[in-house]
Design a protein around this ligand. Structure first.
Ligand SMILES: [Fe+2]
Length: 380
């Protein structure tokens, strides 16, 4: 039985030591990226551990689109310090890496051996996640996405055992979130909420979660990106954890299936890539989910009662495009450095690779490689 205790509140980062003790962790490895250390986001966690006299080590080498080698050196670091638990501090990259290190440490081999579903035999080390961005949901999910540079591919590692023991949500850690990272991760949050709502695996429970998230994102993302107030960031943090629970149960569909090959090859930020691809996928999927689109337009504040379902469904796509533009997401894949001549390779990857196939399987419309290529062209 795996589930996450969600601890929430301003200043709750100070409780990290207490949460670790509750899990029986005495010598944690902190996993994060160098920028977060530099700007001081990790400081409250470190200060709390020091105040409690807890012996920790800080592994701050996580990069965007983290690679197999990053997980493996994290495991080396963990083993050399005889660490007994892992704390992932940061965005999806840091939390996914932390979860992967915790699973790999108790199961041996290399992290690439665990690609796919439920491949860990032994429970990972206790894991705490401390999200400092507003969009991945990794703090509560069973997934870790790790890039295999040799195979030019992202490995989806999905295992219930990877579900973190504790998610420590402290809105004050978001105060120094750069606007571009807020926009990127926020668009991941929107993509995951919307696509889980439209998924073939959606049910009334996941719908309640993901629809609520869409409403919160629509209300709070622009202010969170403009950094107008901490409440907007806090609401985005809440929306993220809500949609994480939703999409973990419903699946992600075609946007993630199409964005992973792009990020694996071009090393583009996950959220921005999703944000660029989302409108094209929404246009393609609209005929299959007209009513749900209309409902999402309503969730985004559109007075849909004066419109036909078709009009409202089209309006939803426009609302997403407007929100994306408002937070500075580029217009097309070309702006991310993607080459037009490479689109057929991306389409092939999106329909054939393990991780992308799994996401694609929950998309509301069944699509061929030719369909996917057309959508890439539309998003170009
Ligand atoms: Fe995502």
């Amino acid at each position: 039985m795996h589930r996450t205790d969600v601890v929430f509140g301003k200043g709750r980062a100070a409780d990290i030591g207490e949460e670790l003790s509750r899990l029986g962790v005495e010598r944690p490895l902190l996993v994060t990226d160098p920028t977060l250390v530099e700007v001081g986001v990790v400081e409250p966690i470190v200060a709390a551990l020091e105040a409690d006299g807890i012996d920790y080590d800080l592994y701050d080498e996580v990069e965007p689109n983290p690679r197999v080698a990053t997980v493996e050196s994290g495991v080396d670091r963990l083993e050399s310090g005889d660490r007994d638990g892992v704390v992932g501090i940061g965005g999806g990259s840091s939390m996914d890496t932390a979860k992967a290190i915790a699973g790999r440490a108790t199961n041996g081999g290399t992290i690439a051996d665990y690609e796919g579903l439920q491949n860990f035999e032994v429970d990972p080390l206790p894991t705490v996640t401390v999200p400092t961005t507003i969009g991945t949901g990794s703090e509560v999910t069973s997934a870790a996405v790790i890039t295999h540079p040799d195979r030019d591919e992202k490995l989806g590692i999905l295992d219930d055992a990877l579900i973190p023991n504790v998610a420590l949500l402290d809105p004050t850690l978001l105060e120094s979130l750069p606007s571009d990272v807020a926009a990127s991760t926020g668009m991941d949050c929107l993509t995951q909420s919307v696509m889980a709502y439209l998924s073939t695996n959606a049910n009334p429970i996941t719908d309640a979660l993901t629809r609520a998230a869409v409403e919160m994102i629509s209300e709070n993302l622009p202010a969170a990106v403009a950094k107008k107030d901490l409440d907007a960031l806090m609401n985005m943090q809440i929306a993220t954890t809500i949609e994480g629970t939703g999409f973990m149960n419903a699946g992600l569909g075609l946007v993630h299936a199409m964005s992973h090959p792009v990020s694996a090859h071009y090393d583009t930020p996950h959220g921005v890539t999703n944000g660029v691809i989302l409108p094209a996928v929404l246009k393609y999927n609209r005929v299959a989910r007209e009513e749900k689109y209309a409902d999402l337009a309503n969730a985004m504040g559109v007075a849909t009662h004066t419109m036909t379902t078709r009009e409202a469904s089209k309006r939803f796509v426009e609302e997403v495009e407007d929100l994306s533009a408002a937070v500075g997401i580029p217009d097309g894949l070309a702006d991310l450095g993607v080459e037009e001549s490479y689109l057929p390779d991306l389409a092939e990857a999106a329909v054939t690779r393990k991780d992308t196939r799994r996401n694609k399987g929950t998309n509301p419309r069944v699509s061929t490689e030719e369909d996917v290529l057309e959508i890439y062209r539309d998003a170009f």
